[in-house]
Ligand binder design. Structure first.
Ligand code: PLP
Length: 388
């Protein structure tokens, strides 16, 4: 099919051609005296994305899932209690990992469509007066349902309970795209990956830890080797890594950081909000609803609920085969019930209008009762009236 396949999934996201070009480099000697000139500024600049001055950033040749494991195994010990809420496939998988590692996982079910219940969290932490809970695990942006939780609110709840637990945040589909403030929110471990807001291929776990979390590595008893933070920190001190890094990916990350920092974090947050809001206007014009309940809407991904007599998989299939666009599927509990439109990364008004038009065509082909052009018209009006 002529033209390219357009990615409107919430990761991997579209990689800008500048980043692709930057990665097109010969292999190089990662033990050379020159390598730290690349690596050290990358680690420093990452702190500006995480919004931390006191914390430290790390890059592993892995993915976001490894980021979860880095946080858990480097700071905790087998049998430690962790608290987490389950409201989508990604929080589900983090729970599963914590259980398989041998942590004592206290998880509470939350309706899919909502995020972390702050009042319940505060009450639970107040009840835990002996401080058995060693870490709170928070999924900032539940990519499966398009739900964003209030991490500043999580910190407030922890402070209100005067609870010393570590706060680990899965920001794989939020960091580098929607508001994330590691220092202001007192986040001890921030976890991301390369293929979402960072606009790179998959292949890097990008993480940052507070001094408190780094201190906890001294007493943590989980066995660890490849993902050991101390090994990484020791090598990083001189701008090296404990094992062979993916040097093209580090060059790509360098370019992505340049692009992100040139745009500026506040502008990036505002752009994602605008792109998401235009998409939401289109969804409303179709007469459809988000999986996310009011107040939880994500600015990086919208999960759209289809009418009960429809199967979201048909929309995704038509969109892919007939119009060459990729949409996100509904995962596990919402399979067939939702399709997802990613508005994350290297996107602008016109790319979103392509997504909205493609979705509209695929829905019409599948007999959805929508007015042709209605979603596109709503988004056009919003984007035109808010363009700078
Ligand atoms: C994509 C994603 C992950 C998993 O990341 P991988 O890079 O696939 O390991 C974890 N959490 C969230 C919220 C995600 O969106």
């Amino acid at each position: 099919m002529a033209g390219r396949n357009h990615l409107f999934i919430p990761g991997p996201t579209n990689t800008p051609h500048e980043v692709l070009s930057a990665m097109h480099v010969p292999m190089e000697d990662h033990r050379s005296p020159d390598f730290p000139k690349l690596m050290k500024p990358v680690l420093e600049d990452l702190k500006k994305i995480f919004r931390t001055e006191s914390g430290q950033a790390f890059v592993y040749p892995a993915t976001g899932t490894a980021g979860w494991e880095i946080a858990l195994t480097n700071t905790l010990s087998p049998g430690d209690k962790v608290l987490i809420y389950r409201f989508g496939q990604f929080s589900h998988l983090w729970i599963n990992m914590a259980q398989r590692l041998g942590l004592d996982v206290e998880f509470h079910e939350v309706e899919w469509g909502k995020g972390i219940p702050l009042d319940a969290l505060e009450a639970r932490l107040k009840e835990d007066s002996s401080h058995e809970i060693k870490a709170v695990l928070a999924t900032h942006n539940e990519t499966a349902t398009g739900v964003t939780s209030d991490i500043g609110g999580v910190r407030k709840a922890m402070d209100a309970a005067n609870h010393p637990a570590l706060l680990f945040v899965d920001g794989v589909s939020s960091i580098a795209s929607i508001e994330f403030r590691m220092d202001d929110w007192g986040v001890d471990g921030a976890i991301s990956g390369s293929q979402k807001g960072f606009m790179l291929p998959a292949g890097l776990a990008i993480v940052a830890f507070s001094q408190k979390a780094l201190q906890a590595t001294e007493t943590a008893k989980f066995p660890r080797c490849f993902l050991d933070l101390k090994d990484m920190a020791n090598a990083n001190k001189d701008g090296y890594t404990p094992y062979t890094p993916s040097t093209p990916m580090i060059h790509g990350l360098r370019k992505a950081l340049d692009m992100l920092l040139e745009e500026g974090m506040e502008n990036i947050y505002a752009r994602h909000h605008r792109l998401a809001e235009g998409t939401r206007r289109a969804i409303a014009a179709w007469g459809l609803k988000l999986c996310a309940q009011p107040g939880f809407e994500s600015d990086t991904v919208s999960a759209v609920v289809v009418p009960e007599d429809k199967d979201a998989r048909d929309v995704i299939s038509t969109a892919y085969h007939k119009y060459n666009i990729s949409l996100g599927a509904g995962l596990t509990e919402v399979a067939g019930k939702v399709f997802r439109i990613g508005h994350i990364g290297d996107m602008n008004d016109v790319s979103m209008l392509g997504a909205i038009a493609g979705v509209e065509m695929a829905m019409l082909d599948n007999g959805f009762d929508i007015k042709p052009g209605s979603g596109v018209a709503a988004a056009i009006e919003y984007y035109r009236s808010t363009a700078s």
